[in-house]
Design a protein around this ligand. Sequence first.
Ligand SMILES: [Zn+2]
Length: 140
Amino acid sequence: MSSEYAKPLPYITDDSRPFWEAAKDHRLVLPLCGDCGKYHYYPRLVCPHCGSRDISFAPVSGRGAVYAFSIQHRAQGPGWTGETPYVTALIDLEEGPRMLSNLIEVEPDPGAVRCGMHVEVVFDDVTPEITLPKFKPVEA
Ligand SMILES: [Zn+2]
């Protein structure tokens, strides 16, 4: 955690507040539809699968696999100075939704990251209010 965090932070809305509050407690929860039974991401209060508004937030495993990744070599702003290269990735969670996040605890090298790599969530407390879910490789 750093009081000098200089990257953009999420703008928390009523729709996403349960997601961010759980992340602060180091728990991953996602919106779950009470009608079709499917999870979705990003958090919103209308199901993208069936249009239902019967949405609650429920815990998920935090496990998934890399769908796609990119290794960033250019700092996107002052907050990234000294942090390149780093890995951004689309993660397919076991429960279905695909999340955009960072892959950490892996060499930012195309020889070290691969699509299908098994990952699990870790939580990065970037400010006293905001915790970002990120992912690290795990054994299958
Ligand atoms: Zn639904």
